[in-house]
Design a protein around this ligand. Structure first.
Ligand SMILES: [Zn+2]
Length: 381
């Protein structure tokens, strides 16, 4: 096969973010907004790689409720609660603990502890235990990376574990000596910057320039020797400007249902009566947003067997966040809203015309499979 396929995954690339690149990404002029997925990057990335919904691959948020009788991966961390709060809540300390946990338990996925209260580690789990770029499948659904490897194609995925600058160095060194049939690049930097300063900050402008430059250079390396290259740049969601911050503690202190406080949603587990009370409390507190029950989750292809991410969610209106939450504090930019929010949509851009039926994030993996000549998932054998 003479053609090379280059997929560049840019975290937090929605249509508005793509527009802000101006002419810097002019090598991918064919563009569209794609319907995204409910939840955060751990779910969206799983969908990008597999073409499946959360209801199939089982990923939606970083933290899930652990299943009865599992290995209690995070359980020992409840002892963090014995340490002074100024220590156990410090970011650098939590990163060290996360690293130690990952190496002790052989976890190769993304491990972060954020600001989860120590007592809640008792019942929580981290579903992403494997490196998604190396995994054969996610929740039983194969990724296009693993399908391409299995078909004997040469595949390069940039190591997400490395810091941004080192990762790009790895990319350019690799592409200088080889031209893989499938190259999957990962740019994480923009998401963090947009969370910190919103879409229009100075660091955001610099990050866009860097990403465009690195992608251009990687693409040029693949074109070397006259190869035909199909380039696709894709995001997982966009980014909304934060307009309002709500402290959830007054509400959560009154709950008898179990709750996880994400930055844009409350996720509940409990009996029918406990969930009913939680819903009533949210209404009384006039929280701006929507209650999503099992049927609402099913409509969004996000109802997962065993409800690991909550049997009901309350998702805030776009631009509103909870702070403090279990995953962070105040922010200028946020995503993780309901599917009709603009920031829930992902951008895609290509140097080739986009097929008419490419409408959702789930359509990307089948497109990549077709471009590589692999049988699409679910196609008749
Ligand atoms: Zn983010």
């Amino acid at each position: 096969m003479a053609r090379r396929v280059l997929i560049a995954f840019v975290d937090a690339l929605g249509s508005e973010q793509l527009e802000r690149f101006g002419g810097a990404l002019s090598f991918v002029p064919h563009r569209r907004a794609l319907t995204g997925v409910l939840g955060y990057s751990s779910g969206a990335l799983a969908t990008v790689l597999t073409g499946a919904h959360a209801s199939e691959h089982g990923r939606m948020c970083l933290f899930a409720q652990r299943r009865e009788g599992d290995d209690g991966l995070l359980k020992p961390l409840k002892w963090l609660g014995l340490l002074p709060r100024v220590l156990h809540e410090r970011g650098a300390f939590r990163r060290k603990v996360a690293q130690a946990l990952a190496s002790a338990r052989g976890l190769t996925g993304y491990v972060a502890l954020h600001r989860v209260p120590p007592k809640d580690f008792e019942w929580l789990d981290l579903p992403e235990r494997e490196d998604l770029f190396a995994a054969k499948d996610i929740g039983g659904v194969p990724t296009f990376l693993s399908q391409a490897r299995e078909a004997g194609l040469s595949v390069y995925a940039s190591p997400w574990q490395l810091p941004e600058a080192e990762r790009w160095r790895h990319v350019h060194e690799t592409l200088a000596r080889s031209q893989p049939e499938l190259t999957f690049l990962y740019a994480a930097e923009m998401d963090g910057v947009l969370h910190a300063e919103g879409n229009d900050g100075q660091a955001a402008q610099a990050v866009r320039g860097r990403i465009a430059g690195e992608l251009d250079r990687a693409r040029e390396a693949l074109l070397r020797g006259g190869h035909e290259v199909l380039t696709i740049v894709v995001g997982d969601h966009g980014m909304a400007e934060v307009s309002r911050t709500i402290d959830p503690r007054e509400l959560t202190s009154k709950l008898d249902a179990r709750v996880f406080v994400d930055s844009t949603m409350l996720r509940f587990w409990g009996t029918h009566a406990q969930l009913g009370r939680a819903r009533l409390l949210a209404e009384r507190a006039k929280l701006p947003g929507r209650w999503l029950d099992t049927s609402a989750l099913r409509e969004r292809n996000a109802a997962i067997e065993g409800a690991p991410y909550g049997s009901a969610l309350f998702v805030l209106d776009e631009g509103v966040i909870f702070a403090p939450s279990f995953v962070g504090g105040r922010a200028r930019g946020m995503h993780g809203y309901d599917l009709d929010a603009r920031s829930a949509r992902a951008a895609i851009a290509s140097d080739a015309p986009l097929p008419e039926d490419l409408r959702a994030l789930t359509d990307l993996a089948p497109l990549v499979s077709r471009a590589l000549g692999l049988a699409a998932r679910g196609a008749a054998a």
